[in-house]
Ligand binder design. Structure first.
Ligand SMILES: *Cc1c(COP(=O)(O)O)cnc(C)c1O
Length: 410
């Protein structure tokens, strides 16, 4: 095996000729942004995750921010999430002045532990918490049916952070597969199209929902809070037309105005520019067509790792092969993780650590979080390592990774 040729990251995008063609086509068209590809991508994505609506935005973090705004998170609102996630899952609450309360993970699934969430809710006066942000960490779907039952009991909303899990699903109590982001058990769900995620658009994000009201609100918030839909206009037609108290006599003052003029639009809320461009949507759309293929390959790779590590005492609690897992990451807990990580780097295998517990980041420590608060997350952090996992990882390269891991412990 030509070892010097190996240079294996933990994740990697795959751009093919049809992706390039799709982007080039948009570059040659009339629209770079706010063209037809946005709605096309939204519709195709909603179909893919089986939700009613989808709103494309500039990245996954913007998606989270808009969700928090749409759900009216304000100063003092308390929201629960997991410490084993990317910072943005929690930061969106802070953007709106809310407070983040972490609940520990389940040490077997690495997902937000519903029993820990239940305990937080039971131990506080009703109304203390406003929402929950569960994360389909590594691509493993959270059982949202269980979460929504709890959320309904306490009148909470749910934002599903599904960045790791497009195409993933959990099986509900009626044995039905429930796709991540389908909106059946959450108010809103968000995705990211950063190149390490399943579908790459350079940067990009998507919000999915089945709630028409939230959809309309998000649609406006994405673009400055401006609407061009005359059904929603609040100001009068004569104001819009500019003929109210016109300074020219004999002008059109007295004409009856039937319609809003074509230029007219209204800014009704304090929104942002969180739009995604047309050429990014074209790339996302093209990538989406290969999403199922990629998922099949990710599951194959997981199976091979799983077989290779079965019964090995130096690897514990590997995520293993789980039905509906979308395998954004293949995470194991390893003995002497630091040594293994450094050794793999020397072999040009760039494993990664997901994640440093968020409650122990200096930013969150300032709110009083400290070592010992989330024991399962903290123990997990001492051992976790994400192995190379991406659809174009060759069998040969995966074998090389496995060989090196086995070699390290022998
Ligand atoms: C990547 C990611 C985000 C943020 O997405 P960006 O597009 O990078 O802003 C949020 N949450 C999770 C779990 C992620 O992995």
């Amino acid at each position: 095996m030509g070892e010097s040729n190996h240079n294996i990251p933990y994740g990697k995008q795959h751009i093919n000729e049809s992706d390039i063609e799709a982007v080039t086509e948009v570059l040659k068209s009339d629209y770079l942004t706010q063209g037809p590809k946005i709605a096309e991508f939204e519709e195709a994505f909603a179909n893919y995750v089986e939700s009613k609506y989808a709103v494309a935005v500039s990245n996954g973090t913007a998606a989270l921010h808009l969700c928090a705004l749409a759900l009216d998170v304000t100063e003092g609102d308390k929201v629960i999430t997991t410490p084993i996630t990317f910072a943005a899952s929690a930061n969106c609450v802070r953007y709106c002045g809310g407070e983040v309360d972490f609940a520990d993970i389940d040490p077997d699934t690495y997902l937000l532990d519903i029993e820990k969430v239940r305990k937080l809710l039971e131990d506080s006066p009703k109304g203390t918490y406003k929402g929950i942000i569960p994360v389909d960490f590594a691509g493993r779907a959270v059982n949202l049916e269980a979460f929504i039952e709890l959320a309904d009991e306490y009148n909470l909303w749910i934002i599903e952070d599904a960045c790791h899990a497009p195409g993933g699903y959990f099986t509900d109590s009626k044995a039905k597969q429930q796709r991540c982001g389908n909106g059946n058990f959450a108010d809103l769900a968000i995705f990211s199209f950063h190149p390490v995620k399943h579908i790459a658009a350079g940067e990009g994000g998507m919000i999915t929902t089945n709630d028409e009201k939230l959809y309309n609100k998000l649609f406006k918030l994405r673009s400055h809070g401006i609407t061009k839909n005359k059904e929603e206009f609040q100001n009068s037609k004569s104001f819009a037309a500019g003929i109210q108290n016109s300074k020219f006599r004999n002008s059109s003052d007295h004409r009856r105005i039937q319609n809003y003029p074509a230029w007219y639009m209204e800014m009704q809320e304090l929104g942002y520019n969180y739009r995604l461009t047309d050429f990014q949507c074209a790339l996302g759309l093209s990538q989406l067509q290969r999403a199922d293929e990629g998922l099949v390959r990710r599951r194959e790779i997981a199976k091979v790792y799983d077989e290779a590590f079965k019964g090995k005492s130096f690897i514990k609690n590997q995520s293993g092969v789980v039905e509906g897992h979308a395998y954004h990451l293949y995470v194991i807990e390893a003995e002497d993780r630091l040594g293994l990580y450094n050794y793999l780097r020397e072999q040009n295998i760039y494993a990664q650590i997901h994640y440093i517990p968020l409650h122990l980041m200096p930013y969150y420590r300032q709110f009083g979080w400290k070592v010992g608060d989330m024991p399962h997350a903290e123990t997990y952090y001492k051992h976790c390592i994400s192995l190379p996992m991406f659809p174009t990882l060759s069998d040969e390269d995966q074998q090389y990774v496995i060989e090196k891991i086995m070699g390290y412990y022998s």
